[in-house]
Structure formats: C-alpha cells, structure tokens
Write a protein that binds this ligand. Structure first.
Ligand code: ADP
Ligand code: GLC
Length: 497
C-alpha cells in the first residue's frame, strides 16, 4: 500500500490531449450549427480539465476578420497528387488556453466563401479539403495528441490517411480517432478523376472503403476508418441506420453500430441569453418579460409588418435548403397566414428558395418579412422577438436554433425528427408539462394542426405563461454533452483526465 507521501510524489498525469479538426469554428467561420458547436464544445471540454487544440483552414474571413493571429514561423508542404503544395501554420488562442491552428494556403482558402458561390461548390473542393486533411496530420506531428476528433466530410480524410497510410505517420501510431457526423446530407462526393489527389492506393477506391456508387466519398473515409463514430443526437444515430434517412450510407452505419453513439449538442448560454444579449433592443428574463414585447414591436416595424402586439409572430432563422422544410412552408403559407399570423424569415441557401421567399413580402404585405442574408445580429433579434419559432425539418441531426428559441421563451413548432424529437416536448394543457408543439408526418395538414394547438394556447394567457416558463428553464447547457465526449475520449485512450 502506498503511503500518503509517496502518493504525493507520483508524477502528475498530464491531461488528455484532444485535437479537433473542423472546417468551421465560430466566430472565425460559420455557415450553421457546426461553427457554433466547435466554438463551445472545446471550451466545455477545457473546463472539464482536458487539453484541447483546434485546426481549421485560414479562410479570408479568418485573415481579414480582425482577429489577433500569430505566425508560428512554420512553412510546410504536403503531397497532393504527384506534387507538393505549400502552406503556412498560423495560430491564435480561444478559451483559457486552447490553441487554434490555422492552415494558411491562400491558393485554396483566400476566397469570398468557404465552400462555393451562389449555391455552386468550388470546382477544386476535393483538392482544397485533401490539402486540409494532410495538413491536419502535419500539425499533429509537432505534438501528437491522444485523440484526433474530426468533424464532417471536410476533415474526414485526415482519419483515412492516418489509418490507411500508417507508414507515413509513424509518430502518430498511438493516436485514436473519432469522427463526428453533423449532417449526412453533405458527404463530399467527387468524381473518380480526383482520386489521384489523395495519393491512396487503388484498393481503397472500393465499396468497402471510399467508393460510393462510382464516386469518391470523403465522409465515408471518416466512417470506415475512425475508431469511433458519433453524431449529434441519439435519435439521429438511430435514423441514419435506416434506408429512409441513411443517405445511402445506412449499411455502413449498421455495420459500425457498436462504435456509433449519438451525443446531443448543447447551447451556449453565454451567447444565447435574453438577460444579457447585446443584439436585442431590450433584454428580458423570466421575471420581466415585457422586454420581449418591445423587441417584437421593433422587429415588426423593422420589417414593415402591422405593429400589433397580439398578432402571433412566427420566426425562422435557417439555411434555405430542402432539409429545413421550405417546400412544406411554401405550401402552407396561405393557410398559415390566413390564421392571422405573421412570419419573419432570415436565411440564405438554395437559389430556388431564396427567390421564392424573397417575393413573399410583396405577396403578403404587412404579414411577411424576409431577409436573404447571413446576419448574426438579426438572428438574435428574430429569436428574441418572435412568439413561435418554426422548424418543419425533413430531417435534423440535432438543431441548435430550437434550443436558443427555448431559452428566449420563443416556443418551437417542430417536426419530430432527429434532435428536434430529442429536445422539444409537446405541451400538455392538462398537466402543464412540455415546451413546444410537434408534428410527425411531413405534410401540411399535420403542421397546421400543430400550429392550431399553438395558436389556441396563445389565447390562454396563463397557460402560455406556464409554457414559456417551461421553455426558458429547459437546460441544454454544454456540460452534460461535453462529459459524454470526455468519457468517450477516456474510454478510447484508456487514460484518465
Ligand atoms: P444547421 O447547422 O443545420 O444550419 P442549427 O440549428 O444547428 O442548423 O444551427 C444553425 C445556426 O446557424 C444557428 O446559430 C443559427 O442562428 C445560424 N443561422 C442560420 N442561418 C442564419 C442566417 N441567415 N443568419 C445568421 N445566422 C444564421
Ligand atoms: C448540422 C445539422 C444540425 C446540427 C449542426 C451542428 O448542420 O443540420 O442539425 O445542429 O450540424 O451539429
């Protein structure tokens, strides 16, 4: 048995070191929830005592965003096809002591957008993210971590290269890998003509590995090679194993079922808090809800809507893609507005939806406000000011917007899918439990029934107040989810933090 003294002399176990690689980290780069997750999860993990580093591309938004960025003095090259491409390693700090490494390669990342323009992907995306993946492994070599945790298809090849070409990465032989799928609708599919860029043996261009119906599938590289796979809600982890929601990869998820886990995203209540939100015209909280009324009135005026407090205001902040249910919304517009509601929508995305919804304010004057833009400050205003938040998603891996809405007492109407199913509970007027309204089938009549339940309750002031209280006190802070990731890392690394 060890004496107290000898225990004191034991060397301190260094904290588990995790490197997360992602194409988005807010506020440096964000097109949706992925950026939010990568801004908050690392900090929550750091608070649990882990050592976290981050890697992402140094896009133009990073270089010109007014951030304080240092040059590490490290220039490097990585193999792309049969030549070598050059990059520079920059860094900055986030959280208490998290190093964010930025891969600078202006030939790839110094562009107006992250992935493409006007809904069209950049033609060299296969090369841009092959370069990113190789560079991630280059960064790891300087300070090998216990875990490489890669997010989405843009980072997936880092895991594939590490496992398929171990002879190139001998210093990293003990690194364990986790791959997180945030959205199966984006897989990084490329023509076989790009295969040479990867420098992988031809045997990996087979259905067992990266081939997907004759194409290269970057995401699949992460799925088949990672030690563990996670996705962003328990329900989505189940759904992706089915042919309906598996986007052609359900077989892979079924095969890897024992290594797959769904860990729900959290909300960052430092950023999304109606009591302190610097973007909204009046802050408010459970004890003083009148601020929410001022916000609503201001938003109605901003969008030229009839400024009447009792008109139910429905808000949406969303990427304009078919995932998010915009075809259903389009079909439901007449019926929804004829119930005396107003709609404010902020979003960008598919040209098709941008055009359709940009015309709505003219079609429904005084009732509909639309802004086709990416505007963080307006997103906060809409979420704070609306009575209801609408998310009629076809599928939703996790969803963060409904979590933010709950905290602002903005009641979500959602379709029961993925993370929406896991986070919103139908309000029961009899028991007073629940915090939103849910419909199951992806169709207009079921959606309208949910809307009618919401509108009926909005007329019953006391019950609505209870509903708002339930919503505003629901707790989706990052702590619990971060603990689940930390447990997974520890299991995998076989060490303690
Ligand atoms: P997804 O990641 O599928 O887009 P989430 O609900 O997880 O959906 O996260 C969306 C995030 O992106 C939220 O922070 C939301 O406020 C933000 N967002 C989406 N569209 C816009 C926009 N047009 N302007 C500002 N923020 C937006
Ligand atoms: C994806 C999903 C969304 C999720 C986000 C962050 O883009 O569509 O549901 O919340 O990633 O994980």
């Amino acid at each position: 048995m060890e004496s107290k003294n000898s225990a004191e002399k034991l060397p301190k176990i260094p904290p588990l070191h995790v490197v997360m690689a992602s194409p988005e980290i807010a506020p440096f780069a964000k097109t949706g929830g992925l950026g939010d997750v990568l801004a908050s999860l690392p900090i929550a993990l750091e608070q649990l005592g882990l050592r976290v580093s981050l890697v992402m591309p140094a896009y133009r938004s990073v270089l010109q965003g007014g951030f304080s960025i240092e040059d590490t003095g490290i220039d490097f090259t990585v193999p792309i096809s049969n030549s070598r491409e050059a990059g520079t390693l920059l860094k900055t700090k986030v959280g208490r002591d998290i190093t964010l490494y930025l891969i600078r390669a202006d030939q790839y990342y110094d562009r107006e957008n992250f992935y493409g323009t006007h809904g069209e992907d950049y033609l060299d995306n296969a090369e841009r993210f092959t370069f990113f993946a190789r560079s991630i492994l280059g960064v790891l070599k300087y300070d090998p971590p216990a875990i490489l945790h890669a997010h989405d298809w843009q980072s997936a090849l880092a895991i594939a290269f590490l496992k398929a070409q171990p002879h190139l990465y001998l210093e990293l032989s003990s690194v364990k890998t986790i791959f997180t799928v945030h959205n199966l609708g984006y897989q990084g599919l490329f023509n076989y003509l790009d295969w040479h860029l990867l420098n992988l043996d031809e045997r990996f261009f087979t259905p067992q590995y990266l081939e997907f119906y004759g194409k290269i599938n970057f995401l699949k590289g992460g799925l088949v090679f990672a030690d563990r796979i996670t996705t962003v809600s328990p329900s989505y982890a189940d759904e992706i194993k089915t042919a309906e929601q598996g986007f052609g990869l359900d077989g892979v998820f079924r095969e890897r079922a024992k290594d797959l886990v769904g860990i729900l995203n959290g909300a960052d209540y430092e950023i999304w808090n109606p009591e302190t939100d610097p973007f909204i015209c009046k802050t408010y909280g459970l004890q003083n809800l009148w601020g929410k009324k001022s916000c609503k009135s201001e938003l109605q005026r901003t969008f030229g809507l009839h400024d009447v407090p009792d008109i139910p205001l429905i808000g949406m902040v969303s990427r304009l893609t078919s995932q998010k249910g915009f075809d259903l919304l389009e079909r439901a517009m007449d019926a929804m507005l004829s119930r005396g509601t107003q709609l404010v929508l902020l979003g960008t995305g598919d040209k098709h939806y941008e055009e359709i919804f940009a015309e709505m304010p003219e079609r429904y004057p005084g009732k509909v406000g639309v802004k086709i833009d990416f505007d963080d400050s307006l997103a906060h205003k809409i979420i704070a000011s609306s009575d209801l938040l609408l998310m009629p998603s076809r599928y939703e891996p996790s969803g963060l917007t409904q979590l933010y809405a709950l905290r602002y007492g903005t009641i979500p109407i959602v379709r029961a899918t993925g993370g929406l199913r896991d986070t919103v509970r139908e309000f029961d007027p009899k028991t007073g439990e629940g915090d939103g309204f849910i419909f199951n089938t992806y169709d207009v009549p079921e959606f309208l029934q949910a809307l009618d339940r919401a509108l009926e309750l909005l007329r019953q002031k006391e019950k609505w107040a209870k509903l708002m209280r339930n919503a505003m006190t629901a707790d989706f802070s990052w702590g619990r989810s971060a603990r689940s990731y930390a447990d997974l890392y520890q299991q995998l690394a076989g060490s303690s933090t």
